[in-house]
Design a protein around this ligand. Structure first.
Ligand SMILES: C[S@@+](CC[C@H](N)C(=O)[O-])C[C@H]1O[C@@H](n2cnc3c(N)ncnc32)[C@H](O)[C@@H]1O
Length: 214
């Protein structure tokens, strides 16, 4: 039912889909932490497993797409004290809470209201996350577009991390897996959890820049 609803929304134009998703997720965030991301042991375990999958690099410019209220953003702020971190979400209401959550790191965080399907920026990132978000995009061409957007945001040598329920992740990560923009360098499939999930890690070709310039 859930998936059918989002698939139906994706029959609209990208713009129409974005408008309705924005309203839907603002409504969904009418109460704080609607998915209990900040308190649920399963979610906390998933975040820890995700961070543990990352290649050990001094990431300087990080992007989190679908950051919601910033629970994982706050972990990134702590894990990478020298990084500048951008969070993007379609819900302005979620972002207001995310800004409060990372207020102590306001000088190196930026939280932007945008739709993954239309988000553009002049920046390229050496670490890009997208977790528990791609299943809202609906039909295949939207997923293909979102996958291209995500890989297009990577700097040379940049790392992309996708985290979604398993085995649905096979479908959700398909266009990244089958394209040439990145290579998969790691995958964790956690099947022992009560909701199995996959953490897929990819790297763009090219040499990573040194820390200067980020
Ligand atoms: C289930 S939450 C996941 C939050 C976070 N990534 C995590 O794993 O803790 C999904 C978030 O994706 C956002 N979202 C959904 N569709 C989006 C889109 N097209 N562009 C940007 N954000 C979107 C929603 O507003 C929501 O905050």
């Amino acid at each position: 039912m859930h998936r059918t609803f989002f698939r139906t929304l994706s029959l609209l134009s990208s713009r129409g889909q974005g408008t309705l998703l924005r309203r839907y997720f603002d409504w969904w965030h009418r109460r704080p932490d609607p998915w209990n991301m900040g308190t649920d042991a399963y979610e906390q375990g998933k975040y820890a497993a995700t961070l543990a999958q990352l290649p050990d690099h001094p990431y300087r410019r990080i992007l989190e797409v679908g950051c919601s209220e910033g629970v994982f953003t706050e972990l990134l702020v702590k894990a990478y004290p020298d990084a500048h971190i951008t969070g993007v979400d379609i819900s302005e209401r979620a972002l207001r809470r995310a800004r409060e959550r990372v207020a102590e790191a306001a000088d190196r965080t930026m939280l932007l209201s945008a739709d993954l399907l239309t988000f553009t920026t002049e920046h390229r990132y050496d670490l890009v996350f997208c977790s528990e978000t791609l299943y809202y995009l609906g039909r295949r061409d939207r997923l293909r577009l979102a996958s291209a957007r995500l890989t297009g945001l990577l700097a040379p040598g940049g790392v992309l991390v996708l985290v979604h329920p398993w085995p649905e992740a096979r479908r959700l990560h398909h266009f990244v897996d089958s394209g040439r923009a990145v290579s998969r360098i790691g995958e964790l499939v956690e099947t022992s959890a009560h909701r199995p999930f996959s953490v897929s890690v990819y790297q763009a070709p090219g040499r990573r820049e040194g820390s200067a310039g980020f």
